[in-house]
Ligand binder design. Structure first.
Ligand code: ARE
Ligand code: CA
Length: 474
């Protein structure tokens, strides 16, 4: 199926939002591989509009001009080199695939790869797409051709999302062009795709496109017959007719309710016990792609509200650590750049639309405007924890007031204390032995007794998190 990542047991994707390909290749080798990451989600790698009048915003990359691999993040050659270098250290590449639409109306000129285009004329010679490749106007029931009412399924899927020229996914030609784009990436060695705005595409069209895709490239280390990994951006928080389960046949879906659940749970630990809430329509674990925040909701775009971000540093550390310790869904970590202006592009971009490389400080943190949440001590250690406990369920649940703890089968034990002040003997479910507490870098050694109990201590206000596991010592 399309819901299985091929990562040799590695359990976490990191979204390196707006990073350049050359920097991602370096990051795979110097950090992501050794830290045990499964994959990197890229910003859209294909040719996009260049929107200088708005200061080269991040969202120009969600306005495709062609499927040439030539974007703000780099050239085709740089893309190929990145895929190869990341694959070589077991870190896979996932593309953010924007295939519901092309640029907005009113946009024209030259894209990031030099192709001409004219949105108003539905003319994208770089593909090429022309007017017959866009959803016929009479199929969109809204008066102005835009999506105004999320309660009308035809409108959501056949009209223009914020003025973006809507591709006609029922057309064989369009399906083939999109599949060609996917296959080009697959043949280079890419593992999977985040399908942008999948709510606005008919599941049958996605099924047809995915059905045309190649198996993953065995020369890149994938098993023979492996299908690409797909997760679909479907913002379903209840209350709309389009629901995530419509997409389970074509892969996983983004689970936006998880963001809220984590934010509410960190606010009130009493709510941490029901993070996965099937009664609210949340996707089952093997269909859910989960995250604490994403590039939209961290800045008030799609699905915002009640979301933790890097701006709430301590709460964010707790939220991501808890999410990584939990057994629900396949996890993606957000890696951001600092922003105040919600339109602002990456560091360096206001100056001509290019991107500065992150600076890696001596202590492993990032500079140069990059937040690098994935390098935060507790978060990166918990990525290792999640790998070590994969396949186990939550057990030995304990939650009293502002403290929570649980085991993952008999393979690991996690605890968190909101104000960094906790001392208690708890059942860990783990074999007797001496364990390195991961977050402290083994400064705290923990003894699990013959009956599975251990003294659990947290005395760290900034990183009030505790984790031990069988297969992650050292
Ligand atoms: C930009 C300008 C617009 C302009 C347009 C066309 O901001 O003013 O009209 O260009 O010229 C991103 C940005 C947009 C940006 C777009 C294209 O967020 O601001 O528009 O790029 O440059 C809905 C969709 C969901 C979508 C969110 C943002 O369902 O798919 O809106 N998310 C993805 C990406 C975005 C990206 C796009 C789609 C487009 O992750 O980064 O947009 O490729 C309720 C509904 C949700 C709805 C939400 C917000 O919660 O349930 O379905 O999300 O409201 O409307
Ligand atoms: Ca559509």
């Amino acid at each position: 199926g399309y819901d299985i990542p091929y990562c040799d047991g590695r359990q976490t994707i990191v979204h390196l939002f707006e990073w350049k390909w050359t920097d991602i290749a370096d990051e795979c080798e110097r950090f992501l591989g050794p830290a045990g990451f499964c994959a990197v989600q890229l910003s859209p790698p294909n040719e996009h509009a260049v929107i200088g009048e708005d200061g080269f915003p991040w969202w120009q990359r969600y306005q495709p001009v062609s499927y040439k691999l030539d974007s703000r993040s780099g050239t085709r050659e740089q893309f190929i080199d990145m895929v190869q270098r990341c694959n070589a250290v077991q870190v896979r590449i996932i593309i953010d695939a924007v295939v519901n639409h092309m640029t907005g109306l009113g946009r024209s000129g030259q894209g990031s790869g030099g192709s001409n285009f004219n949105g108003d004329n539905l003319d994208f010679p770089g593909v090429p797409f022309s007017s017959s490749d866009f959803t016929p106007r009479d199929m969109c029931p809204s008066e102005n051709g835009q999506i105004n009412n999320y309660g009308n399924v035809e409108e959501v899927r056949n009209c223009y999302l914020v003025g973006l020229t809507d591709l006609y996914g029922a057309s064989d030609y369009v399906r083939q062009k999109v599949a060609d784009f996917f296959n080009d990436a697959i043949d280079i060695g890419v593992m999977g795709f985040r399908v942008d705005a999948a709510k606005h595409m008919w599941p049958a069209d996605l099924e047809a496109i995915e059905g045309k895709t190649h198996d993953l490239n065995t020369a890149a280390g994938f098993p023979s017959g492996a299908r690409p990994f797909f997760y679909h951006e479907v913002i379903d928080q209840g209350g709309e007719p389009i629901t995530v389960d419509e997409y389970f046949g074509v892969g996983r879906t983004t689970e936006f309710r998880f963001c809220k659940k984590i934010a509410w749970g960190i606010n009130d630990f009493g709510q941490l016990g029901s993070i996965y809430d099937p009664g609210w329509g949340m996707a089952p674990s093997d269909k859910a792609l989960v995250f604490v925040d994403n590039h939209d909701n961290q800045r008030g775009h799609g699905g915002a509200g009640d979301v933790l971000t890097y701006k709430a540093g301590r709460d964010y550390t707790m939220g991501v650590s808890f999410a990584l310790a939990h057994d629900y869904g396949f996890m993606r970590i957000m890696s951001s750049y600092y922003f105040d202006n919600t339109d602002a592009g990456p560091p360096g971009s206001s100056n001509g639309g290019n991107t500065d490389s992150p600076i890696i400080n001596g202590d492993g943190s990032c500079g140069g405007g990059w937040v690098c949440e994935h390098r935060w001590n507790a978060i990166s250690k918990m990525v290792g924890f999640r790998n070590a406990v994969a396949g186990t369920n939550i057990a030995n649940w304990y939650q009293v007031g502002d403290n929570v703890a649980f085991s993952r089968g008999d393979k690991g034990f996690f605890a968190m204390s909101k104000y960094g002040d906790f001392d208690m003997t708890l059942q860990t479910g783990m074999p007797a032995g001496s364990y390195c507490e991961l977050i402290s870098g083994c400064a705290n050694m923990v003894t699990v007794n013959g009956d599975g109990t251990a003294q659990i201590s947290i005395h760290n206000y900034e990183e009030p998190v505790f984790a031990i596991c069988v297969a992650c010592d050292g």
